[in-house]
Design a binder for this molecule. Structure first.
Ligand code: SAH
Length: 452
């Protein structure tokens, strides 16, 4: 089989898990001899890794799918692979009928269907074992796709696939299947192989990452996993997301406080600050529980930063209930708030049983009120860092400026001609805004003075 001149392109939407899945798939395709192209229209294999968490994400995927249809008409040999949450885990019959020009349908996190399809096309069947072996590689060790190799500083490692929670608004458990923790050995192997290829920072992923290991009797938990990863040579920073408030135990806080490589930043969504709305969402905690948790995290992990997610306009949310969310955000002063307008997702409990009765105009107003509150909060928090010297891990140069992150996950830009990629350097903060900061390097050689 010769795929040397064949190219693949992967379009990725949605969460970090999809980014991780796309990289994995790219790696599998390169094993088969395909080369990456950043141009969809040049590809022989075109993958769409999709998200359906909100209607807007679904529309984006369908829009892109529609836009590539002419490519298939021009080139019938083009292989189109639809992957991710638009496909889901419950069979593809309906989708196949609706989208006859799609060649392969893959559930989230599963490169299998595409690899099998391409292998068959190339009379590769006799070598299925070899394919399987190549594939087995993906279970632990990972080879970074060529165009990113040696450049990638920060990588994601999925540690829990799927989700077994039943938040009433959320489609993810339906599309990604039940919760499955990956074996610890696989995760360590993946971290080691990433570090060997120059990756400095790993971020562990799970819909509820703090449930890691809880689906396996006597398995290691997230705190244990962090301890093991802290010993992996070459890995300099470790992060994890997303945490559910109910599983964020003191053992995790203690592990973060104790382990030098685990960064003091957490993503712990509240979703709403009103108890009745939280109950309708089936989140499993009250706003008071959440306030208590945030206080405890801040006490145990000195100087940490915390991000939250909030949905506005959940069915039945009154003005007064929304004010509770507003007050909570104003009181807790989170470092980051990811905001979303409620979007009914077909088949979820809220879609079936609760009318989407908050008008879009009100959803938008609530969204903007929280956004401007958060802008003030984040500006104040970041302004405290002005003039401070703090370590930043630099990732890449964007429009002439090096982009990096503090241990607390804040974005920092530095203007320099030096190559900062992959380095953790102390920098002095010279400007702060709500969403990012600017800094200068210390010990930069002074501007030379020319003596006459
Ligand atoms: N598993 C994580 C992340 C889920 S998706 C968690 O439990 O928090 C990321 C965010 O999208 C969620 O935190 C939520 O704020 C938002 N989201 C999920 N479903 C949504 C829906 N139907 N409408 C609007 N926002 C939604």
């Amino acid at each position: 089989m010769d795929n040397t001149n064949k190219k693949y392109h992967i379009w990725t939407a949605g969460c970090q898990m999809n980014v991780a899945d796309s990289r994995r798939l790219g790696s599998s395709l390169e094993h088969l001899g395909y080369q990456f192209t950043d141009k969809a229209k040049e590809a022989d294999v075109l993958v769409l890794n999709t998200c359906v968490v909100r209607q807007s994400a679904e529309n984006k995927a369908l829009g892109f799918l529609h836009s590539i249809r002419p490519l298939k008409e021009k080139n019938p040999n083009l292989v189109i692979n639809l992957m991710g949450c638009l496909v889901g885990v419950k069979g593809t019959e309906k989708l196949q009928k609706k989208l006859p020009f799609v060649d392969v349908f893959s559930p989230p996190s599963d490169p299998g269907p595409l690899i099998a399809h391409l292998s068959q096309d190339e009379d590769y069947i006799a070598e299925t074992d070899a394919t399987r072996n190549r594939f087995a590689l993906m279970d632990g060790e990972i080879i970074i796709p060529e165009h990113e190799r040696g450049k990638l500083v920060s990588a994601f490692i999925p540690v829990v696939y799927g989700c077994s929670h039943a938040c009433t608004y959320c489609i993810i458990p339906y599309q990604r299947g039940i919760e499955r923790s990956r074996p610890v050995g696989e995760i360590i192997a993946e971290a080691r192989s990433l570090a060997a290829q120059g990756v400095k920072e790993i971020t562990l992923l799970g819909q509820i990452v703090d449930r890691y290991g809880k689906d396996v009797p006597d398995g290691p938990n997230l705190a244990d996993l962090l301890r093991l990863l802290n010993d992996v040579e070459g890995v300099e920073r470790i992060r994890f997301l997303t945490s559910h408030p109910n599983y964020f135990g003191e053992d995790i806080m203690e592990a973060v406080a104790e382990l030098d490589k685990v960064m003091p930043h957490f993503e712990v969504p509240i979703q709403a600050g009103d108890d009745e709305v939280l109950e309708n969402m089936k989140r499993g905690y009250t706003q008071k529980d959440y306030r208590g948790l945030i206080a405890k995290i801040r006490e145990k992990v000195d100087g940490c930063s915390i991000a939250t997610d909030i949905i506005v306009g959940f069915p039945g949310e009154t003005d007064e209930q929304f004010e509770h969310t507003y007050e909570l955000l104003a009181d807790l002063k989170m470092d980051v708030a990811h905001l979303a307008r409620y979007s009914p997702r077909k088949g979820t409990v809220s879609e079936r049983r609760m009318p989407d009765d908050v008008p879009d105009k009100i959803k938008r107003e609530r969204f903007h009120r929280l956004e401007s509150l958060q802008k003030t909060i984040a500006s104040e928090i970041n302004a405290r860092l002005l003039g401070e010297t703090i370590p930043v891990l630099f990732e890449e140069k964007v429009k002439g400026r090096w982009r990096g992150r503090t241990s607390t996950n804040k974005l920092v830009f530095v203007e320099t001609d030096d190559d900062l990629r992959g380095q953790v350097l102390p920098v002095q903060i010279t400007w702060t805004g709500p969403w990012s900061m600017q800094a200068k390097l210390l010990n930069q050689p002074p501007t030379p003075i020319i003596l006459e």
